[in-house]
Every structure is written in C-alpha cells, then in structure tokens.
Design a protein around this ligand. Structure first.
Ligand code: PRT
Ligand code: ZN
Length: 216
C-alpha cells in the first residue's frame, strides 16, 4: 500500500436504467457526489470515494483490471462478460430476466425445438452456454439493440432478450417461453483490494445493508 490516503474507486452506469438507483443508493449511504459537468468522474466529500461513469458493458472489465475497485452492474452484464469480479452484495434494483421468446402464433415444444433455429440476442455468451447445457445446436446471431424485431423482419426465428413487464415482447408479437437468467443489480469488487480498501468496502457494505433493512 502507498502513502496516499485510501479511497474506493467505484464504476457506475453513466446514463440509463441503473444510473438513478446507483446514485440514490450512494446518497442513502451518506455518500454525496460533487457535481461535475463532463460526468466522466467525480468525487465525494463525505466518503473517500471516486466515482467513474461508464457504459454498463465496460464495468466488469474495469473492475477485473482494477481500474475501478468496485462497481454496480446487472448480473446479466456481469455473467455475459464472464469477468473475474466478485459479487459482494445484491442490490435489489434493476430486476429483470433474460428470456427466450418465440412468435406468439407458435406453440412451444420445449428446448429441443430450438435445434437448428436462428436465435437473435445481445447475450451470445449466455445463450451459447444455455444451448451447450441443453445439448442443442442453435445459430446465435448477435444484435446490439432492438432484438425483439428480429423475427418480424425475418432475421431470426426466436429471440433471447431482457424482459421486465413483458410489454415489449407483446408489442412485437412474441411470447416468453423460457427463463435463462434472473437478474438484478449487484455490487462487485476487484479481487486484489488492499487492506484499507477492504475496510472502506466493509464500511460501505454495512451502510448498504442498513439502507436495505430500513426499506423492508
Ligand atoms: O449505455 P449503456 O450500455 O450503459 O446502457 P444499456 O442501454 O446497455 O442498458 P440500459 O440502461 O437499457 O439497462 C441497464 C440494465 O438495466 C440492464 O443491463 C439490466 O440489468 C437492467 N434492466 C432491467 C433492463 C430492463 N430491466 C429492461 N427491461 N435492461 C433492459 N430492459 C429492456 C429490454 O432489453 C427490452 O428492450 O427493456 C425492454 C423490455 O422491457 P419490458 O418492460 O417491455 O419487458
Ligand atoms: Zn450496455
């Protein structure tokens, strides 16, 4: 360890579905963030913490590399990226599931019916794991957004995408038939934190647990 005072560098989503809840959680833990215009990073005056604002997809890598010490990200992204970052706490927000959906007009005949089908998804790693586990040969087509429209335009037979209310699938004439992963936001950490950082993380975790308890 160095002579510099210990601090925790946390990576959170720059903008999107997890941003508000991530900042709110920090605030509820007594960690106020200084406002910064460019919003690449900021600091707290009430806790030894530096905050990096990133795309959620980049957070597991940054934490694995130790560029950030800890991070807040969805399990869906963490498991898809398959990085070495340890989950320290489930945070209870950003809940969704990664599900298989097929055209509503079709009858689902079980996972075996996916054999030889074209599957559109933004989660190729998790879908391939699912196929392997079930001994199925599917054709995985990676699409970065608007996965739900793929069957309608003839790009794929089925999709695997995140679902929360189900209305997006419904509006695209699809139905959910299989859940591949249940997901929520989690706090992750780099596996080589120094002693001072572990102490700070314990402090943060203690506050997070108190916040969660107060909400029950
Ligand atoms: O820019 P950046 O890469 O950081 O953001 P992003 O666009 O990749 O992610 P963002 O902000 O959309 O979502 C961030 C995280 O929120 C996801 O990784 C999940 O962990 C979580 N989350 C929770 C969701 C949803 N619920 C969700 N419903 N992420 C996406 N959706 C989308 C889904 O992809 C589909 O298009 O919402 C649609 C389905 O919603 P329903 O309610 O119609 O079923
Ligand atoms: Zn993303």
């Amino acid at each position: 360890s160095s002579d510099k005072p210990a601090k925790l560098r946390i990576a959170i989503q720059k903008s999107g579905r997890l941003y508000d809840d991530s900042v709110k959680l920090l605030n509820e833990c007594g960690i106020e963030l200084r406002n910064v215009k460019d919003r690449l990073k900021t600091e707290s005056d009430t806790f030894p913490m530096e905050v990096f604002f990133l795309r959620d997809d980049d957070i597991p890598q940054y934490v694995e590399d130790g560029v950030a010490d800890i991070g807040i990200v969805g399990e869906n992204v963490l498991f898809e990226k398959n990085k070495k970052a340890e989950i320290v706490e489930k945070l209870g927000f950003g809940k969704c599931r990664l599900s298989l959906a097929i055209p509503r007009s079709e009858t689902y005949q079980g996972v075996q019916s996916l054999d030889g089908k074209r599957i559109a998804t933004s989660y190729p790693f998790l879908v391939n794991e699912f196929l392997k586990k079930n001994n199925i040969n599917g054709e995985v087509h990676e699409i970065s957004g608007s996965v739900e429209i793929a069957p309608g335009i003839g790009l794929a037979d089925v999709v695997v995408d995140l679902v929360s209310s189900g209305s997006t699938l419904f509006m695209n004439g699809l139905k959910e038939v299989e859940t591949i992963l249940q997901s929520q936001s989690v706090l992750i950490k780099n596996n080589k934190l120094n002693k001072e950082q572990e102490i700070l993380l314990d402090k943060l975790l203690f506050r997070i647990k108190a916040v969660k308890k107060a909400k029950r």
